[in-house]
Design a protein around this ligand. Structure first.
Ligand code: ZN
Length: 547
C-alpha cells in the first residue's frame, strides 16, 4: 500500500509526469419597474411583474456584441459571453472506416441570450466552416483565430431562446504525442479515433461555447460505414442502418461541459454489462483486445458501489471505460465513459485499479459539479485524488498519514513553484495539472477532515455533490458548503489552505514541518518558467500520473 502511494511504478510509461454561479450585480429598481410591480400586485396585468420588467428592459437595451471570452482567469479567450447554451445537437459523418480521416459535421446550438446581442461568438479552431444560420436564417460570419464571430440577420433580444447552426464544419484527427500533453483532442489509434478535449481543446473539434461554466445536454448523431462502431457520452438511443451506412444516436441528458465530450469511432467492441443498481454499464475496447481487457474493466462495478456508499447517487444514467491502443500519456474522465490507454492495464492491478477510482470519482467531481474557472481545477483533481488514495488506504492508516505528511513537507515549495492549490500560475496544461493541484488538493481535504472530523467531512462531500449536481460551482461555493455543513465559518481556514503562499499548520499534527524553499532553484525557475513542472521537488512521491 505504502509502496503504491510513495514509489514510482517500475515501468515509468505512465509516470513521465514531472515530464510528467454566475453572480449578478444587484440592480436598482427604477420607477418603471416599481410601476410594473405595482400593476402586477394589483392584478391589473397577467404578466408576472419581474418578467414584464425584464422584457421592457430587453426592449430598451441596445444590442451589442457578446464578449469573446466567458471570463476565465487562465484562458481569457475561452468560452464566450452573452448567452447560455442549453443543448448541442451534433451530427458527424465519418465517410470511411479509416482512423485518419477528417470528419464533417453540423452542430445546432440551442441557447438563451443573457444580453441583447448584435453579434455572438463561438469557439472553433477546426479545418473549415460551410455556413452559419441563426433561427433558420443565414447569418454573416467571420473566422478570427479561434473565434467564429456571427452576426445574425436581426439582433437577438435578451432572454430570447435561439438556435445557431454551423453546417459542414470539418476537423482532422492527429496522432497523439505522449510528450505533447493534451495536444491532440481528436486523435488516431490503430482501431479508430477518439476525443480528449480537456481542458481547452474541444473547440478544435466542433464549434461550441467551450468552457465548463456553460454546461448543456448533448444529442449525437454519428453516421459511419456499416460495420464500424460509434460510441458517445450518454445512452444509445437508436441505431438505424441503411444503404451500407449506420447511424448511431446517443443522448447525454445530464448537462455536460464541452471538454468532456467523447466520440469514439472504429473497430471497437461494446461490452454491455447491463444495469448495475440502476446504472447502465458498458465498456468500449479495441475488438482485438476485448478478451484481455474485459475482466479487468469489470472492477468498475465495485468502484461504483464503493463511491456511491460515500457520495450518494451516481450522477448519470451510464458509466463505463473506453480503452484505446495508443500512447496518450494520460487517462481522462470523459463524461460517462472514462478514457484509458491499453498499456495502462499491463501495470500491476493496484495501480490501474486506483486510477479507475480516480476517473470514476471525477464523474461527481469535475463532471457533474464542474468548475466555474479552470483555476478551480483542484475541485476536480484534489477530490479525485482523495478517493483514489482512500481506495488504497484508510485516511487514518499509517500509510495515508505518511503520504499526507510527505505532501505537507513539500507545501511551500509547490506553492512557490506551481502556485497555491486554487491559483495555479498558468493555464498551460503542463502547469495546470500540477502536483499541488492533485496531491496538494487532496491534502486540503485531509486538513479539512482533520479540522472537522470524519463524519462532518463526509457530510460536506455529499452535500457538495448533491447541491451542485449538474451545475458549475466555484471554490468560494465549496467554502460556503463546508462552513454550512460544519456549522462554523471555515472561510479563513480554507482560504489559507487554498490560496496561501505558505502552508498552514496541519490540525492534529503540530509536529509536521514544511521544507524551506531553495532560493537557488527558485531563481532558476524564475529564469526559465518552463522548467517548473518538470523540476519541482517530489521527494520520492510518484510524479503525477496525469488523469
Ligand atoms: Zn483527474
Amino acid at each position: 500500500m505504502t509502496m503504491a502511494i510513495h514509489t514510482q511504478p517500475r515501468s515509468s510509461h505512465f509516470a513521465r509526469a514531472g515530464s510528467h454561479a454566475r453572480s449578478r450585480a444587484p440592480r436598482a429598481l427604477g420607477i418603471g419597474a416599481l410601476a410594473t410591480a405595482a400593476l402586477g400586485a394589483c392584478g391589473l396585468t397577467d404578466e408576472p411583474a419581474q418578467e414584464l420588467e425584464s422584457e421592457q428592459a430587453a426592449l430598451a437595451e441596445q444590442p451589442s456584441p457578446g464578449a469573446p471570452g466567458i471570463g476565465d482567469i487562465l484562458y481569457p479567450g475561452l468560452g464566450n459571453g452573452g448567452y447560455d447554451v442549453d443543448h448541442y445537437d451534433l451530427a458527424l459523418r465519418y465517410e470511411t472506416a479509416s482512423p485518419s480521416q477528417a470528419i464533417e459535421g453540423t452542430v445546432t446550438i440551442w441557447a438563451r441570450a443573457t444580453q441583447s446581442l448584435s453579434q455572438l461568438n463561438l469557439d472553433f479552431a477546426g479545418d473549415a466552416v460551410g455556413g452559419v444560420s441563426v433561427d433558420g436564417a443565414a447569418a454573416a460570419y467571420a473566422w478570427d483565430g479561434e473565434e467564429l464571430v456571427i452576426t445574425p440577420a436581426r439582433p437577438i433580444k435578451r432572454g430570447k431562446r435561439f438556435a445557431v447552426t454551423v453546417s459542414r464544419f470539418a476537423a482532422s484527427p492527429a496522432a497523439p504525442d505522449p510528450d505533447a500533453f493534451l495536444d491532440a483532442p481528436f486523435f488516431t489509434t490503430p482501431d479508430g479515433t477518439a476525443w480528449a478535449g480537456q481542458p481547452h481543446n474541444a473547440h478544435r473539434i466542433f464549434p461550441s461555447n467551450d468552457h465548463p461554466r456553460d454546461k448543456a445536454s448533448f444529442s449525437f448523431r454519428i453516421d459511419v460505414p456499416a460495420g464500424t462502431t460509434a460510441v458517445a457520452n450518454g445512452e444509445l438511443a437508436a441505431q438505424p442502418a441503411a444503404g451500407g451506412r449506420a447511424i448511431w444516436r446517443y443522448e447525454q441528458r445530464e448537462p455536460m461541459a464541452t471538454e468532456l465530450a467523447q466520440v469514439a469511432v472504429g473497430a471497437f467492441t461494446v461490452t454491455d454489462r447491463g444495469r448495475h443498481r440502476g446504472v447502465r454499464v458498458r465498456d468500449v475496447t479495441p475488438a482485438r483486445l476485448t478478451a484481455g481487457l474485459a475482466p479487468k474493466l469489470g472492477a468498475e462495478l465495485g468502484h461504483l458501489d464503493w463511491l456511491r456508499e460515500r457520495l450518494g447517487d451516481y450522477p448519470f444514467g451510464t458509466y463505463g471505460s473506453l480503452v484505446v491502443d495508443t500512447s496518450l500519456g494520460f487517462a481522462l474522465e470523459t463524461q460517462t465513459l472514462s478514457l484509458y490507454e491499453a498499456a495502462f492495464f499491463d501495470q500491476p492491478a493496484p495501480y490501474w485499479d486506483s486510477v479507475m477510482v480516480h476517473e470514476l470519482a471525477h464523474q461527481w467531481f469535475g463532471n457533474s459539479v464542474a468548475p466555474t474557472q479552470w483555476s478551480d481545477v483542484w475541485q476536480n483533481e484534489g477530490h479525485a485524488t482523495w478517493y483514489e488514495i482512500s481506495s488504497m488506504a484508510d485516511p487514518d492508516s499509517p500509510a495515508f498519514t505518511g503520504f499526507a505528511q510527505l505532501v505537507y513537507s513539500l507545501g511551500d515549495l509547490w506553492r512557490a513553484y506551481l502556485g497555491p492549490v486554487a491559483a495555479p500560475y498558468s493555464g498551460d496544461p503542463e502547469w495546470l495539472f500540477n502536483a499541488n493541484v492533485y496531491y496538494g488538493g487532496a491534502l486540503v481535504l485531509y486538513a479539512l477532515r482533520q479540522e472537522v472530523g470524519d463524519a462532518t467531512f463526509r457530510a460536506t462531500e455529499r452535500t457538495w455533490v448533491a447541491k451542485y449536481r449538474g451545475r458549475s460551482a466555484s471554490t468560494a461555493d465549496f467554502i460556503v458548503v463546508a462552513s454550512e455543513v460544519s456549522g462554523r465559518d471555515l472561510t479563513a481556514f480554507l482560504e489559507a489552505w487554498l490560496y496561501g503562499t505558505t502552508t498552514p499548520p496541519m490540525p492534529g499534527h503540530p509536529d509536521w514541518t514544511v521544507d524551506p524553499v531553495d532560493p537557488q532553484l527558485a531563481a532558476q525557475l524564475a529564469a526559465d518558467a518552463r522548467l517548473a513542472p518538470a523540476q519541482v521537488p517530489m521527494k520520492g512521491l510518484r510524479p503525477i500520473m496525469r488523469h
